[in-house]
Design a protein around this ligand. Structure first.
Ligand SMILES: Nc1ncnc2c1ncn2[C@@H]1O[C@H](COP(=O)(O)OP(=O)(O)O)[C@@H](O)[C@H]1O
Ligand SMILES: [Mg+2]
Length: 381
């Protein structure tokens, strides 16, 4: 039985835990808070700060896992590199995890590989940021180099907006290093996640492209298959092959692209299942979690088939949400017999926190179901 240390225990980790357990794996789910979604289904759990190398070492020494499987970016990747040198397996590889922990390394690598991206630069001071803004000389997106789900991200077209964006970025960043990426704003026609699997023999497999819509830099809904011309899909596949081979290892990667007319821009990459890929639980014969599980256990990747078209729509807490909650309206939403729902089981709400997803055959049905579901503050006794 493989012992797997899962670093990060959110909704994606929960589904991955279930997929891995179906192959008899033993999961130790880790996160910085108790009762995180994956901990509710794992055999064991550990609560600690995964950015702290001593804590990470202690947990690894205690559990002696066969594999370390990161589910989030905020991990002490330097320690992972050390552990890999000492023979521990990191998924997909410690290189892939450390290159994608912050936005800068992977973006620099994409440039070195000759992959097209939005024009970009970095800044560590407000003055430096204003200078970069003048260099780009267009509307820009500004993000902390270390953040996710749109945290600390905003857009700017004037110097006064750049100043505001600097403050937003500092408030939304993770870690201690004040560094932001400033990117040319791409007024794209649509954006895509291409789920790409690198198997243990080095072969590459693709899922049909997923379209998605983001608000506040955060995932709202996604659908599969995205209507994408073949030449665009081919361009994305060429980039995906290049980048996953460079990052190396084995597992599923979520690769994000912007598409504008005939141009494909590489945006970012997760070396693990992607939030927009939750739609595959509804549409594919094997979900992104099943495929990640097979790749990391060195199993053959099955033929990936799209069984039906579908949409995944997030259920968010409201913008003032806080503390304990309950979810109303599931019964009513399920009146439509084609709707499925996954409630993640997070212990508490926060503003805009993702609490679940609705899976439906189309967006209209997903929105109808969403209108029936409410995340309600629990009364204090
Ligand atoms: N340069 C950009 N031009 C246009 N939209 C952008 C740009 N950068 C980010 N976005 C929008 O914000 C979303 C989140 O940005 P992303 O870089 O993927 O951050 P995160 O790591 O938080 O997902 C993107 O999916 C896209 O919708
Ligand atoms: Mg993203």
């Amino acid at each position: 039985m493989k012992r797997i240390l899962l670093l990060g225990s959110g909704e994606l980790g929960k589904e991955l835990t279930i997929s891995l357990q179906r192959f008899g794996c033993y999961i130790i789910a880790c996160d910085k808070y108790k009762n995180a979604p994956a901990m509710q289904v794992s055999q064991e759990c550990e609560v600690f700060d995964m950015l702290n190398s001593n804590n990470l070492k202690q947990v690894i020494d205690k559990h002696k896992p066969d594999l370390i499987v990161p589910e989030i970016e905020a991990i002490d990747t330097e320690s992972l590199i050390q552990f890999e040198r000492n023979g521990l397996k990191v998924i997909p590889s410690s290189r892939a995890v450390s290159m994608t922990m912050n936005r800068d390394k992977i973006r620099n690598r994409a440039k070195e590989l000759g992959i097209k991206t939005a024009r970009f630069g970095y800044a560590e001071t407000l003055n430096g940021l204003i200078e970069m803004f003048h260099n780009i000389n267009d509307k820009v997106a500004i993000k902390p180099v270390m953040s996710s789900s749109g945290k600390g991200q905003s857009y700017a077209s004037t110097v006064s907006e750049v100043k505001k964006a600097w403050t937003v970025a500092l408030n939304g960043m993770r870690g201690k290093k004040k560094k932001v990426i400033i990117e040319e704003y791409i007024n794209f026609d649509y954006e895509i996640t291409l789920l790409t699997i690198l198997d243990s023999e080095g072969k590459i497999h693709f899922c049909p492209p997923i379209g998605h819509v983001q608000e506040r830099g955060d995932y709202q809904y996604s659908w599969q298959p995205a209507k994408c011309e073949q030449n665009i899909v081919n361009k994305m596949k060429i980039i995906a092959r290049k980048i996953v081979k460079d990052l190396s290892g084995k597992g599923l990667f979520g690769i994000e692209f912007f598409v504008k007319k005939n141009e494909v821009y590489f945006s970012e990459l997760s070396p693990r299942p992607h939030d927009t890929g939750m739609v595959t639980m509804f549409t594919q014969n094997f979900s992104e979690f099943d495929l990640h599980a097979r790749a990391i256990l060195d199993f053959t990747i099955p033929k990936i088939e799209l069984c039906k078209t579908g949409v995944s729509q997030v259920i968010l807490a409201n913008k003032n949400a806080q503390g304990k909650f309950f979810i109303k309206g599931i019964q009513s939403a399920l009146q439509d017999k084609n709707i499925d729902i996954r409630i993640f089981g997070k212990p508490e709400t926060k503003p805009y926190r993702r609490m679940g997803v609705i899976l439906a055959s189309n967006l209209k049905k997903a929105k109808e179901a969403l209108s029936k579901i409410k995340v309600v503050k629990a009364e204090m006794n």
